[in-house]
Structures are given as structure tokens and as C-alpha cells.
Ligand binder design. Sequence first.
Ligand code: HEM
Length: 587
Amino acid sequence: MSGNSPNLTSGGGEGRTCPVNHNGNGNSNGNGNGIVAEEGYTNNYKADRQAPSQDCLYTTSNGVPMPHPYEVQRVGPNGPLLLQDFHLIDLLSHFDRERIPERVVHAKGSGAHGKFVCTDDLNDLCLAAMFKKGTECPVTVRFSTVGGETGTSDSARDPRGFSVKFKTPEGNFDWVANNTPVFFLRDPAKFPHFIHTQKRDPETHLTGADDSTNFWDYLSQNPESVHQVMILMGDRHLHGYYGHTLKLVNKDGSWVYAQFHLLSDQGIKTLTNEEAAKKSPDYGQADLFNAIKRGEFPSWTLKVQTMTPKEAEKLWEEQKINVFDLTHTWPQKQFPLRKIGVLTLDTNAKNYFAEIEQVAFNPSHMPPGIEPSADPVLQSRLFSYPDAHRHRIGANYQQLPVNAPVCPYKMGNFQRDGQMAFFNQGSRSNYLSSIDPIQFRERSVNLNDVHGGGFLSNACTFLSTIYPEDFNQPRVLWEKVFDDAARDRFIETVSTHMSTCREPEIIKRQIGIFREVSDDLATRLEKATGIKGYDGISNLLFNGSHNGMYKGGVAPANKMKDADSMVFSNGVPGDKSQPGDRPVAKL
Ligand code: HEM
């Protein structure tokens, strides 16, 4: 046994002596040669995670020591195998079940552990314990690409997922964020469709790497995606943006809207398409793992923009920016970034599967003081992630060490049983008992104040509409944020990507959408692709979005017939839109 091995000899004399020797030279009699395992040693996560191979004895899964892993039992030296050979069946049947489903999106990823330290108090705006100056919480972070499968390249032209599990003193706060402040859509039901355009084609089984037709087909039918497309095809970043508007709630029940940003302290590096093509598929994994191993710990500064409900209404009235619309950002000059703290990654996973593959991030994990806004994409995601985790990992996924909260109180509730119920709450009551009562804490957030008011309304169907304001921020990106070289790279990247699109009509439509951003952009793309695009979108009908820029009135998506009963609004704070507010085009 190595000198620095974990303490296998129990303190307090409660250990059991295992009558076996693990190094094969002599018997074990408790005189120092054998293993003395603490009760429950194999079920102790921390001890198991640290134990070196030299301290472990080879056994079957039920703990029976075996002399060699390759031996099998058979009927004589040339006969069939024996069903009684539990060792072999144990080995093969576990191997047969080694895989859990990969994430349906963001399947390829890398991660690490670290800590968040609150350096600047935010408790004047938010009662969350993690925003009290000096609070530290452990974090696990996972970076990912979106569309590809687990084996695909880290350098693909794709947004980067940036997920963080903050283990705060009052429960976990999960970010399931990206490196882009906006997203492709603002209607949640579009998500599976959009993602399918990047998955393997049902017939050819090819991905977008060989055929980009479906990808551009979707984008050219859903023009609100243009802002994100421009960020995606531009230079790459590794900041993290929560993206959705949240609500920060104060002790007195008042609240503000908030946008969180994690800004890279490493600066920003970017790879051109050519550079990316030469990198190993695991470029990102190697970079993160090796940097942490070298002691170069990457860090990000957590900042927040905040806005009062009144300011949000004014922002819409005066600048047509909707805080519930994930395709828009908040202007930083008007809503400056305020520092809260620093997140540092300083510990690599010892076991990728246990600590990164099984980590389960969920936007509905919010501690007291942080609440969701009415952004419909966020609202849908509150459902989708825990649903996915129960499928991918199992009903008790929160019990896994990487997911389990670290709270200064003993957690209890009435959830019981299900597969792999490891911590099943002993003999404590499994209902709200008056005989064996559990403790309760007083309400810290009054939901009536935070989410009440103004929501009483008739039910309505909701699908967003394209309006001129949707092109304002993409235009600033093209004209003011990109420099000449970035504009050149953008045209090169987009035209190369479009070169595998089989339908010229799709490119013509997409260039029409880009023309609403900038005529210069559209003209340069026409030159690069050799395809003349449409003049804009005033003559285009979309199958995915209502077109509020169609000549003569709003053109409903997919030419739906019942436009008179539709509300052509994108759902801003204080929205009072009614059917018939907007003229409808005669189609
Ligand atoms: C309606 C819209 C969306 C739906 C239904 C959706 C659904 C999902 C699902 C089912 C997963 C797999 C989760 C798992 O198995 O662990 C996932 C992963 C992920 N999603 Fe979304 N998503 C949506 C939009 C977004 C947006 C807007 C962002 C970023 C702002 C985002 C960022 C991520 C990230 C980073 C992951 C990977 C999490 C990890 O590292 O484990 N998603 N999404």
C-alpha cells in the first residue's frame, strides 16, 4: 500500500479486516499487509474518487475478490462457457450498459470545477445569499458545442454552451448559457425544428458539414434568427451570457429585470475556419484540461445589467427593444454592467463521466432572490431540462455528487424511491406528518409581488412577427462592431457554408433577409455566392414567422387563414395588443 494512500484503516476501531491480500504475495491477517476497509468505504464518493489503483483489490461488482480479470469458466478446455460464471456475466452485462443517452443537444463538451467568490455586494437589489460580499460557492462548469454528437469537433462553427452550477448556500443556481448574448429564436416550439436541421438527415444520414440546405432553409424562413447568425458566423468568443432576462428580488419584495454576463479574464481568441479545420477534435478539452493542470486557472468576471419594470416599458416604447425577446440585447451604455464577483476554474475532473457527463444543468434551478421573467423561451426551458435529465440520467439525478446541493442545513422532502434511490431519507415521514414533522422556513419571496399583476387575459395563440426593429442590432453589428477584416471573414464564412446548400432559392431568400440588415452585406454575399438575392423581405412569405414587413399588412406564417383572430405582437412588458390591431395582408 503506498505511503500516501487514503486511510483505509478505520479510525475508532470500527473497521472490518478483509482477509485478502491485494498484492498477491502473502496472506492478510491485519498485521499491515492486508486491506482494512472502513464500513461503507466503497460507497464513500470522496474516498473512491481519490483512491489510487494500487490500493484497490480486484473484485466482482458484489465485492468478491477474483484472481484474474481474463479468466472464464468453460466445460473442459474446448467446451462451451458456463452460465454460472458470474464474473464473466457481471463484466459483460455491465459493459453492455455503459452508455447513457448523450445530450440531445450540446452532446460534446468539457468541464471542470472551481469556485465563485462574490467580491461586490448585490444585496441592495437581490436577496440571494450568493450575492453577499465574501460568499464563496463551489461551481462546476461545462463548455460544449451545440449540434454535433459526442465525438465531433470542439472547433465546429457553432455557438459554445457555457453552463455553470453554482452550489449556493440556499440551493443550486444553474446557468445553461451560451457564449452569445442572443439566440436564433424567440418562439420555443421552433427549437426542435431548428435543431433537427443540424442533425443527421433522415435519408442521407449526413450532417450539415456535407449539406447545409436544411440549415439555411430554416433560417431563411425564420428571419428573427439573423442577429444570432451574424454573431455565429463572425469571430468567436468565450464569454458566457445568461441570455434571458431574469428578475432579481430584493428583501422588501421589490424587483428589477436582470441580464447576467460572465466576461472572460483571458481575453478573446478566435479561430478562422482554416485554423479550426487543422485542430484536433478535442482541441477545447485539451486546452481546458492542460491549462488547469499547469496551474493556469481560467477565470471570468460576473457582471449584471439591471432595469426597472418602468424602464423596460420605456425601452420598448422609445427604442423598440423587448426584454422578453431573446434575439435582442440591452444597450450597455444605458444599462451599464455592474461587477458582482469572479468565477475561477482550478480543479479538473478526476472522472469525466461521473463529474461532467452526469452533470445536469437546469434553468429552473434558481435560489431565493432570482426568478424567471416571462420570456417564453426561458419559460419552456424551465420544463425541458429537468425532463431531459430524468430521461438521460434518471429520476434521482439530483442525488449524484456532482449535482447534489451543498447547503448548511439538512435537506428533507417527500420525494422517495425510484431507480437508484441512494439517499432515500431513512425512516423519516414520506408525507406531511403531524407525528414526525419536518421543519419549514418562512417564505423569503412573495410571488404575488414578483409575478402578480397584469397577467389576467384571454388565452391567445402566440407566434412572433418580424418587424423593422429586428434588424437594428444586426445592422449595428455589421456597420459598427465588425471592422473591415471581420466583415471579410464573415462573408467568407457564410458563403463557404452556403456552398453546400442545394437550393438556390433558399440562398436568394437569405440574402433578402441580410439586405434588411445592410445592402452592403447582401451585395457582397451576392458576389461571393454568385446568386442574386431578393431586394428585401417585403415580398417574402415565411413558413415560420409572421411577416410584419410584408407590403400591405402582416402576412401570417405559412399563410394561416385565421389572421383576424391573431395578435401580431412579440409580447413586451405591459403589452395590451389585441387581434385586429395591425392590418393584415390579402394573400
Ligand atoms: C426552447 C428552447 C430550448 C430547449 C427546448 C432546449 C433544450 C435543451 C436540452 C433538452 C438540452 C439537453 C440537456 C441534457 O440532456 O442535459 C439542452 C442543453 C443545453 N442547452 Fe438548451 N434548449 C433551448 C434553448 C437554449 C438556449 C436559448 C440556450 C442558451 C442561452 C441553451 C443552452 C444550452 C446548453 C449550454 C446546454 C448544455 C448543458 C450542459 O452543458 O449540460 N439552450 N438544451
